[in-house]
Design a protein around this ligand. Structure first.
Ligand code: GRF
Length: 229
């Protein structure tokens, strides 16, 4: 948990475009939330998000998985690079590497991911394709604490969008992205305010928050929670 009054120190991991990372950085820089993105780290040297982060004055680093003989060696160096920034939380935002149990254990309770499905449906890759193939009428996204099990762990927030009959994979992923950004922004706020805890059953509680559900409507991304604020 973030100590009261301290800025919540965040390190964000990306592999590509980094639109979720941008939402996180903007939340920390522009909204009065007491959080600071200390670094954006990518496993891919050509990740477009690195350029944007650098332009915002955020430290950027590359730890390329191609430079390491094993997953363990890569994860160990990645952990060292992250630790140098002493973050309260490490946020995965389109970071496309499976992490070793040792890495996950090292950051236990501080490692958070966003996954583009309503978990536990559709873990793994190609979630939009899977949703369209099954004909589900609602698709979603999940922000969750990371455990050694892929795309699994205590749920911080979930959001949904309607699926349209004419949807392509791109239509659906673009629609969902607006919910991802709104949700990650809200989660950063909760973390920075020190309101997030886990109970004995490993369920998330956010002090003073009645629901952590989000939905895309014609009015934009809404949450019943917004009515309580
Ligand atoms: C997002 O859909 C995220 O949920 C998934 O990968 C995508 C990354 O997009 N893990 P971006 O790099 O944040 O724009």
């Amino acid at each position: 948990m973030t100590p009261k009054n301290d800025a919540c120190r965040l390190v964000v991991l990306i592999s590509g475009r980094g639109s979720n990372m941008q939402a996180i950085v903007k939340t920390a820089q522009d909204t009065g939330v007491n959080a600071r993105v200390c670094a954006v780290i990518s496993n891919k040297p050509d990740a477009a998000g690195l350029v944007w982060a650098h332009e915002q004055g955020v430290d950027t680093r590359v730890v390329s998985h191609r430079d390491y003989p094993s997953r363990e060696a890569f994860d160990a160096d990645l952990a060292r690079a992250i630790d140098a920034y002493e973050p309260h939380y490490v946020l995965l935002a389109g970071f496309m590497r499976v992490l070793t149990p040792a890495f996950v254990e090292h950051f236990n309770g501080r490692l958070i991911n966003i996954h583009p499905s309503l978990l536990p449906a559709f873990p793994g890759l190609h979630t939009h394709q899977q949703a369209l193939a099954l004909g589900v009428q609602w698709h979603g996204c999940t922000v969750h604490f990371v455990t050694p099990v892929l795309d699994h762990g205590p749920i911080l927030a979930q959001g949904i969008v309607p699926v349209m009959a004419s949807d392509t994979i791109n239509d659906l992923s673009d629609r969902l992205l607006s919910v991802e950004h709104a949700m990650y922004e809200r989660v950063v706020r909760w973390l920075a305010e020190g309101r997030v805890t886990l109970d004995a059953l490993q369920r998330v509680h956010v002090q003073g928050v009645a629901t952590r559900s989000f939905v895309l409507t014609s009015q934009g991304v809404q949450s019943p929670e917004f009515c309580h604020e």
